[in-house]
Design a protein around this ligand. Structure first.
Ligand code: ADP
Ligand code: MG
Length: 241
């Protein structure tokens, strides 16, 4: 479904992503872990070209995203959902209006957008609170609206960049539960950057460990965390024990 090969990205003289290769199979949930600054966000963001890579290829559904024209890229972006650390909901809109907004901007009729938004809100257990404004919701609820906003497009691939990192510890679980459900029902292929080790251990089909801009280890959780081959892997193993 997604094959990244020999990806490079520099910021000035700093090499953020260094010859990274990574493949994700359809329906798979892959968790990317690694120390802060190792290039996780940069990698994730090149996939929908929020960041333009310097070189390398990113093949999604048979086409190299790095080679797409602007109009083709727009179409591909609709098939790739994106959930960030900061949910950036629009405060004057209700929760469901936030979910509808992208659909309506994309040219869908309001009724159709509402139906899709409601279905997405139901998937994240937020349908009862659809008319609340973001400020009336907890951080965890706001992030669930952020997830619904991505789900409303029925994306084939979902990219997650530390979706629980800005939440109070008490609110992390409700978001992880939603993510786990999506992974379990293979609602989309998922590429997840997170520091939540328990989530990685129990939900990931495969864990990819990064260090200094590249993949240093990849495998099923029991292998990576129990018998790690990399320095980063051994550090995670110590954390678990
Ligand atoms: P991670 O998500 O793993 O914490 P990032 O991909 O955000 O790491 O960053 C990788 C490296 O690139 C870091 O050293 C970071 O400081 C640097 N970096 C990221 N974005 C930019 C940018 N827009 N300009 C300059 N340096 C950046
Ligand atoms: Mg990051």
């Amino acid at each position: 479904m997604l094959t990244i090969q020999n990806l490079y990205k520099k910021f000035g003289s700093l090499v953020a992503v260094n010859n990274l290769s990574l493949a994700v199979a359809p329906g798979e949930t892959v968790v990317i872990m690694g120390p802060s600054g190792c290039g996780k966000s940069t990698t994730i963001r090149t996939i929908n070209r929020l960041i333009e890579p310097d070189s390398g290829s990113i093949v999604f559904d048979g086409r190299d995203i790095t080679q797409l024209r602007e109009d083709e890229l727009r179409k591909v972006r609709k098939r790739i959902g994106y959930v960030f650390q900061h949910f950036n909901l629009i405060n004057r809109l209700s929760a469901i209006e936030n979910v509808m907004l992208g659909l309506v901007m994309g040219g869908q009729a309001k009724e159709e957008a509402y139906d899709k938004a409601l279905a997405a809100m139901t998937k994240v257990g937020m349908e009862q609170l659809q008319d609340h404004k973001p400020e009336q919701l907890s951080g965890g609820q706001q992030q669930r609206v952020g997830i619904a906003r991505a789900l409303a497009f029925e994306p084939e691939l979902m990219l997650w960049d530390e979706p629980t990192a800005s939440l109070d510890p008490m609110l992390v679980r409700e978001v992880l539960v939603v993510m786990e459900e999506l992974a379990k029902y293979r609602a989309a292929t998922m590429l997840v950057v997170t520091h939540e080790i328990a989530f990685a251990l129990h939900v990931a089909d495969r864990i990819v460990l990064m260090e200094k801009g590249t993949v240093v280890e990849s495998g099923i959780p029991s292998q990576v965390f129990v018998n790690p081959a990399s320095h980063v892997g051994r550090q995670y193993k110590e954390l678990i024990e």
